[in-house]
Design a binder for this molecule. Structure first.
Ligand SMILES: Nc1nc2c(ncn2[C@@H]2O[C@H](COP(=O)(O)OP(=O)(O)O)[C@@H](O)[C@H]2O)c(=O)[nH]1
Ligand SMILES: [Mg+2]
Length: 385
C-alpha cells in the first residue's frame, strides 16, 4: 500500500525508445509539483485554473533549464491526479522524473502494472490493467465490453440472489466463458506433430503466412522446434513446428523427437499432420497415438493435391473427421482453421456476454455456488462492486 501523504510518479509507458512517454502523478502534491516545473506557452493559460481533461502545451524546466516541451493534463478537480506527456526515450524521461523526485515525488517501483488508471469500479480497473497485455483486437474488444456489461450483470445477479435465492442460476452464466476468456487473454499453444516429411513445416509456414521454417523433401529437415505467434479467429495462438517422428532415427533425430514430445505434452492442442498419400500410415497410426500421450488432438491429412483423385475411404475412426488439406496449394485450410477455432474455444465465444475473466474471483465464485446466499452476496460485493 502506498502512503496517502506521498505523491507518486508513475511512468506508464514502457522503458526504452519511443516517440512519447506518459507519466502520471498521484497524490496531494501532484498539481503543485507539476506546476513547479511546467510553464504554459500561452501566457493566459494556467494549470491551476485549467478544467479537468484540458491539455496544456508548454515547457518543462528544471531550475530554469529547459528539459523538453510537454503536454500536461489535470485529471481530477482536486488536483490529486495529473498526467504529463513528454518525448519518449530514456534520457528525457529520466530528467523529467528526476526533477519531480527532487521536489519530493516518490518514484513508483511498480513495474509492468498500471495501478493508477482513471478507473472507477473494480471491474473497470481489472479490465484496464489487462489491456496493455491484450495480444489481439478481439481481446481488446472483450476487455472494453466487460467494463459495462459485467457490472450490470453482477448487479442483476445480486438482485436475483437476494430476491429468490437463485444463487447458482444467477452466477453460473457469468462463469460459462471464464476458461475461454483466459485463453483469449493469455493465449494457447498448438503444436504441429507427426511423421517426418508429412508437410508439417509447409503447413506451419502457410498458417504463419511467411517462410518461417525450412522445408525440404528430405526427412529430418526440422530438428529444433520453431514457434510463431498467430491468431485463430482473434484468439492468440503460439504455433510450434517440431521434428517429425522416424522409424529409424539417428541420435540427432532422436533428440529432435524428444524435444518435439516435450512440446506436445505441454500443448493445449496437437495438430497431427499425416501424409494422406502415404500408404503405410495406418500401420503407424497406433504408434503416433501412443506418442501423443492423451493430448487433445486434431488431425490433418495433408497433400490432398496428389491423392484427392483417389481419396482413400477412411475407416479408422481417428481419421474419420480429419481435415483434408494441401499445405502447398492451400486447399482445405479454411476448414482446418474453422475446426481449430472450435477446438480452441474461439468459434463460440461472445465477447459481449458478461464474463468473470479474473481467475481468482472466478474460482471463489465456483466454490461458493453451493454456499449460503449471504456468503455469495458478500463475495460478489467485495470482489466486484
Ligand atoms: N504435393 C504436396 N507436397 C507437399 C505438401 N506439403 C508438403 N509437401 C512437400 O513434402 C516435403 C516435406 O515437407 P516438409 O514441410 O518439410 O515436411 P515436415 O518434415 O513434416 O516438416 C516437401 O518437399 C514439401 O514441399 C502438400 O500439401 N502437397
Ligand atoms: Mg519440418
Amino acid at each position: 500500500m502506498s502512503n496517502p501523504s506521498e505523491t507518486l510518479v508513475h511512468v506508464l509507458t514502457p522503458a526504452g525508445r519511443g516517440a512519447i512517454a506518459l507519466l502520471r502523478l498521484s497524490g496531494p502534491r501532484a498539481l503543485e509539483l507539476v506546476g513547479a516545473c511546467f510553464r504554459p506557452r500561452r501566457a493566459s493559460a494556467s494549470l491551476r485554473n485549467a478544467p479537468t481533461g484540458r491539455l496544456l502545451y508548454g515547457d518543462w524546466t528544471d531550475d530554469g533549464e529547459g528539459v523538453d516541451d510537454v503536454l500536461v493534463c489535470r485529471i481530477d478537480e482536486a488536483g490529486f491526479e495529473v498526467e504529463v506527456s513528454c518525448h519518449g526515450g530514456p534520457v528525457v524521461v529520466q530528467r523529467v522524473v528526476a526533477s519531480l523526485k527532487r521536489r519530493g515525488a516518490v518514484v513508483s517501483a511498480a513495474v509492468g502494472t498500471w495501478p493508477v488508471w482513471p478507473a472507477f469500479t473494480a471491474i473497470e480497473r481489472r479490465s484496464l490493467d489487462r489491456l496493455p497485455d491484450a495480444k489481439t483486437e478481439r481481446a481488446v474488444r472483450f476487455l472494453l465490453a466487460q467494463r459495462s456489461v459485467l457490472p450490470r450483470a453482477l448487479e442483476d445477479a445480486l438482485r436475483r440472489i437476494r430476491d429468490d435465492g437463485a444463487a447458482i442460476e444467477a452466477i453460473r452464466p457469468l462463469l460459462a466463458q471464464t476458461d475461454a476468456a483466459r485463453r483469449l487473454l493469455e493465449g494457447q499453444s498448438v503444436v504441429l506433430a507427426g511423421p517426418a516429411n508429412a508437410g508439417k513445416s509447409t503447413l506451419f509456414n502457410a498458417l504463419v503466412g511467411r517462410e518461417a521454417a525450412l522445408t525440404s523433401p528430405h526427412p529430418g529437415t526440422t530438428l529444433d522446434w520453431v514457434e510463431a505467434e498467430i491468431e485463430v479467429a482473434g484468439f492468440p495462438v503460439t504455433l510450434v513446428d517440431t521434428a517429425g517422428f522416424f522409424d529409424a532415427p539417428t541420435a540427432l533425430d532422436a533428440e529432435g523427437v524428444r524435444r518435439a514430445e516435450e512440446r506436445m505434452r505441454a500443448a493445449d492442442l496437437v495438430l497431427l499432420v499425416i501424409d494422406g498419400a502415404d500408404p503405410q500410415r495406418h500401420s503407424r497410426l497406433d504408434d503416433l497415438w501412443i506418442r501423443l500421450g492423451g493430448a487433445p488432438v486434431e488431425v490433418a491429412l495433408n497433400k490432398c493435391d496428389v491423392w484427392s483423385a483417389v481419396a482413400p475411404v477412411e475407416t479408422d475412426a481417428r481419421l474419420a473427421r480429419a481435415a483434408r488439406i494441401s499445405a502447398t496449394t492451400g486447399a482445405g485450410l479454411d476448414r482446418l482453421i474453422a475446426s481449430l477455432s472450435r477446438r480452441l474455444g474461439a468459434a463460440e465465444f461472445d465477447e459481449t456476454a458478461p464474463t468473470v475473466f479474473d481467475p481468482t474471483p472466478a474460482e471463489r465464485l465456483r466454490e461458493l455456488e453451493a454456499a449460503p446466499v449471504e456468503a455469495l452476496l458478500d463475495e460478489v460485493r467485495r470482489r466486484f462492486l
